[in-house]
Design a protein around this ligand. Structure first.
Ligand SMILES: NC(=O)c1ccc[n+]([C@@H]2O[C@H](COP(=O)([O-])OP(=O)(O)OC[C@H]3O[C@@H](n4cnc5c(N)ncnc54)[C@H](O)[C@@H]3O)[C@@H](O)[C@H]2O)c1
Ligand SMILES: [Zn+2]
Length: 368
């Protein structure tokens, strides 16, 4: 499928086995014979050799750099090490960086590709469900600063995205569950028909069964790409992708980014946003129930015992301040639609967060 971002068009291939075709696909696209492969230790163990085999077969000279898995690798010191490796290898402006891994590798390698020699080609090979449905589309690349996540970054579009859904079988169920939040988000604000399909294929997507996982990834990528493209003409449209993220981010931040996976917090944020939409009389009860039922089938991570309402509220206020006093909230007027608003009654938000903390309301019986 073709994606068009910032006047730059590139292909996203979503197909089981695409990993073995990577070298050949890159040949047709890039005028070089050197590639810097960036991956993490865990992904290297599982898919490094296969990826290199495909590159060698198509005549690429490859240098592999492995980083430690985990968020702490998304740092400027780590990027500096990678610049050093690129220089040692003699990477020039026409030679690609290949990012083989999840969102951490994708963001870091993307940042390095965007900045090394003012930009070298980037080939993304996302291997987590989150990276396949979300971080590999949209062009955001970044590293963290000791004072905050993703503070140093830019927009940089890849030359090619090669997504192989067959690699998802080795991913933990926890990681797959978390990524489902982004897929359900796309279904809820994107398209009623896909939402219906997801209702009957949720189990198959969760267990990474092939035709279902491929369809879910393709829909989410297409939806996100469409939104990002439209955002270039209609500023701020992209904000609808923040559906479920206002409360989700507050939960992540109030627990120091150590307790929830991003998607786990977003799943809770989605349920809260659906419930708020229903209580505001915006979303009809039947639709709200269907949405909440789908979300609860994935299952919510219970709050840590010491998390308080005021700690979550504190982070919501912090977000509000950063956006110059406007707490932007995305609501759901119907399945397949989104509405951006600044007017959400704070007591309503508070009530729903309290229900999550107590395991009541829409969260009742749905903790895992
Ligand atoms: N750029 C964007 O638009 C965007 C969007 C969302 C998230 N992100 C970023 O993505 C990052 C999170 O990404 P993530 O959730 O992919 O986590 P991750 O990259 O940390 O990967 C999670 C774990 O899964 C392992 N792994 C990867 N692929 C595997 C496979 N196929 N089988 C078995 N194990 C595998 C990794 O080694 C790692 O230990 C965050 O830093 C976040 O900020 C970026
Ligand atoms: Zn997200």
């Amino acid at each position: 499928m073709a994606v068009n971002c910032a006047g730059h068009s590139y292909q996203v291939y979503i197909k089981a086995g695409v990993l073995d075709e990577l070298g050949r696909m890159m040949r047709g696209l890039l005028d070089s014979n050197r590639a810097l492969l960036i991956t993490d230790h865990q992904v290297e163990e599982l898919y490094g050799e296969r990826c290199r085999r495909s590159l060698f077969a198509a005549g690429w000279k490859v240098k592999t750099v492995r980083i430690p898995p985990g968020e702490t690798s998304k740092s400027l010191p780590q990027a500096e090490e990678l610049y050093g490796a690129a220089l040692d290898f003699g990477l020039d402006r026409f030679s690609p960086v290949v990012a083989l891994g999840g969102g951490v590798v994708g963001d870091l390698a993307g940042f390095v590709a965007a900045t090394f020699m003012r930009g070298v080609p980037l080939v993304a090979v996302p291997t987590t469900l989150l990276a396949q449905v979300d971080s590999s589309v949209g062009g955001k690349v970044a590293v963290n600063h000791p004072r905050g996540k993703n503070l140093i970054g830019t927009f940089y579009q890849p030359h090619l995205v090669a997504t192989d859904p067959a690699v998802l079988t080795t991913l933990s169920l926890r990681q797959r569950r978390a990524a489902l939040a982004e897929i359900i988000k796309c279904a809820l604000i994107g398209e009623r028909q896909f939402f219906k399909w997801l209702q009957s294929h949720l189990g198959q997507v969760l267990s990474a069964k092939l035709p279902a996982a491929t369809r879910a990834i393709a829909f989410s990528v297409q939806f996100k790409a469409r939104v990002v493209e439209r955002d270039e003409r209609e500023s701020d449209h992209r904000r609808i992708l923040n559906f479920g993220h206002t409360i989700g981010h507050a939960l992540e931040a109030s627990t120091g980014y150590r307790y929830y996976l991003h998607g786990e917090a977003v799943l809770i944020g989605l349920a809260a946003a659906v419930e708020i939409s229903r209580r505001r009389g915006l979303l009809e009860p039947g639709a709200a129930e269907a949405a909440l039922q789908l979300l609860s089938r994935v299952g919510y991570r219970p709050p840590p015992a010491d998390l308080t309402l005021s700690a979550v509220e504190e982070r919501l206020k912090y977000d509000k301040k950063r956006r110059r006093e406007q707490l932007v909230f995305v609501l759901l007027p119907a399945i397949g639609e989104a509405k951006i608003t600044a007017e959400v009654d704070e007591s309503l938000i508070r009530a729903v967060i309290q229900e999550y903390l107590e395991g009541g309301g829409p969260f009742k019986g749905a903790f895992i």
